[in-house]
Design a protein around this ligand. Structure first.
Ligand code: ZN
Length: 571
């Protein structure tokens, strides 16, 4: 009996000895520091990414770091272990700092001519902080300060994310009013096509900001019976507000107390098929054909599901695309991409993080999901089933939205995709996307029934640089950079082909909440002049909504004045 006692105590004592060697404060700091970029990422991408998409990367990253820290502590003792915990934790966090430091460094005029300065400054700052940590980490206050600091860094975004999720759930309880008795007997029921060209700029915006000329395209549309509304403004400058505004024929965000919706739940339900427009069409016996990328909520279960064909419903590819997107966005924050592109990393390692292969896969059309021919195939099949049923065909075309993966003939433009969150600064890519979109639109127009109603409209224009502070729009009206940015983003391309007797009722600002009012009034046989619409500005980083309409009009007038002033032939 007596010799069993030390045996039982032995592992205990050994564990205790190990625990004594283990730097608790350091290890906790390392874990929180390594996890903090992920929690920040989760909150920043909360609309698109959930904890379920991220946990594997967190476990892998934090787990690997913890294993190293434990190993060092066991071999070299607590003091060394503690020091290396702080250092490695800092480096693990600093990895994800790379893009911020680089864009900060790129901002300096001195560094613009030296392409490697970004990485050098990042290495320098990381090194400097490491030395500081090395010198300070033996102070008695350091471990507890480290734990508290890193805990805050890791937990704060999680708290914000949880608050967001709770708000989302409460918001979900609010349902859409169902619209009934809207069948007011239309005079005719032509097929209706709605081509939503995401990010396709208005013609004067493209000319002014990008030197892209679309006058040939407009002329072609006019030859085909379209009215091009060359002063159109979007109801809102963001897809998830402006497209629901079009479909529900209502503004989604208003100045004052209402502001911007806290979440996208209601907007998603509208897009999926719950809108006023969908309900009226359904009541009039329309069948729906929906073509969209995997990103949007289109073609989700909705009040129209039983009368809807989806052009691409491929959950497996959608999930893989999303996974690749998350992986790529994570890698984009670190030096992994530049290192792999400069061949400093083994090819297999680099390939894991490089541009999602699926975006270059023909079955996803470079991530844009479909071409006109795919839509027409589904239309043909629906008409073959029963050609007495009118069709409402919706295509969310992404060719003019970054990343620009397609060339002017909609072929794959490059291998390797640039920043997925990128903007419209890649002018040649944008030009290619515009050419591709024009080609697809004109192909559709030439293939479908000449009596079909066709709406071609963008949800918002391009942005060339990041709009940092949309709250600060007071200066709009003067010709400065910020004004041009807001004007470019708020203006939309908009054109419609109605039955001939309605065309004169379409105003030069036709867009937004009037889009389907005008179409339906015409089909009812009572075309009426539209109420002029507003452009309510809302942006990602603020709940505030600002009515920009008058200021955008003033800005346009100042552009006109500048142009005419330079032209002596016009007074
Ligand atoms: Zn958009």
């Amino acid at each position: 009996m007596s010799n069993s006692e030390p045996e039982a105590k032995w592992p205990n004592r050994r564990l205790r000895a190990m625990a004594r060697r283990f730097p608790v404060g350091g290890a906790l700091t390392a874990v929180f520091l390594a996890a903090s970029p992920f929690s920040g990422f989760l909150y920043r991408n909360r609309e698109l990414v959930s904890a379920a998409d991220l946990w594997r990367y967190v476990v892998l990253y934090v787990g690997a770091l913890l294993a190293v820290v434990v190993g060092i502590s066991l071999v070299f003792g607590k003091r060394t272990g503690s020091r290396w915990s702080f250092l490695l934790g800092w480096c693990a966090c600093g990895m994800f700092w790379y893009r911020d430091v680089k864009s900060f460094a790129d901002g300096f005029f001195l560094t613009k001519s030296l392409p490697v300065v970004g990485p050098v400054i990042w290495v320098f700052i990381t090194f400097l902080v490491s030395i500081l940590i090395y010198r300070l980490c033996e102070r008695s206050w350091f471990p507890i300060a480290g734990v508290l600091f890193s805990l805050t860094l890791a937990i704060l975004p999680i708290g914000q994310y949880v608050a967001f999720t709770v708000a989302t759930e409460n918001y979900g309880a609010e349902t859409l009013d169902s619209i009934t008795g809207q069948d007011r007997g239309w005079e005719s029921q032509p097929d209706i096509y709605f081509l939503l060209v995401d990010g396709f700029g208005r013609q004067d915006v493209l000319k002014e900001m990008f030197d892209i000329d679309t006058s040939g395209f407009e002329a072609e549309l006019r030859r085909n019976g379209f009215v091009v509304a060359d002063r159109a403004l979007g109801a809102h400058p963001m897809t998830w507000l402006s497209v629901p505004a079009i479909f529900d024929q209502e503004y989604q965000a208003l100045p004052g107390d209402q502001g911007k919706p806290a979440t996208q739940i209601r907007q998603d339900a509208i897009l999926a098929g719950g809108s006023r427009t969908h309900q009226i069409l359904k009541a009039n016996g329309y069948h729906f054909v929906t073509a969209a990328t995997a990103w949007g909520p289109f073609c989700d279960p909705s009040p129209i599901s039983e009368v809807e064909d989806c052009v691409n419903k491929r959950p497996y590819i959608d999930a893989a695309l999303k996974d690749a997107y998350v992986r790529y966005q994570l890698a984009f924050m670190t030096p992994v991409l530049p290192l792999s592109r400069a061949s400093f990393l083994p090819e297999a390692v680099g390939a894991m993080w490089e541009g999602p292969k699926l975006l270059e896969d023909p079955t996803t059309v470079g991530g844009k999901a479909f071409l006109t021919s795919d839509v027409l195939d589904v239309v043909d099949a629906a008409q073959a089933r029963d050609d007495s049923i009118p069709l409402f065909v919706f295509g969310h075309m992404w060719y003019t939205h970054p990343p620009f993966t397609l060339g002017p003939k909609c072929e794959f433009r490059t291998r390797g995709v640039p920043s997925l969150g990128g903007d419209w600064a890649d002018v040649s890519g944008y030009q290619a996307g515009i050419d591709c979109a024009i080609m697809q639109i004109l192909e559709l127009i030439s293939e479908v029934d000449p009596s079909a109603v066709i709406v071609v409209q963008s949800d918002h224009g391009p942005v060339r640089e990041k709009i940092e502070s949309p709250d600060d729009v007071a200066g709009l009206g003067e010709k400065d950079v910020q004004s041009e940015l807001l004007w470019g983003r708020a203006s939309v391309f908009s054109a419609v082909r109605l039955p001939e007797h309605c065309r004169s009722f379409v105003s030069d600002t036709y867009a937004g909440i009037n889009t389907f009012k005008v179409v339906f009034d015409c089909l009812e046989g009572s075309p009426t002049p539209q109420i002029s619409e507003r452009s309510y500005w809302a942006w990602w980083n603020s709940r505030r909504v600002v009515d920009l309409t008058d200021r955008l009009r003033t800005y346009e007038a100042s552009l006109d004045l500048a142009r005419h002033g330079a032209d002596p032939a016009r007074d």
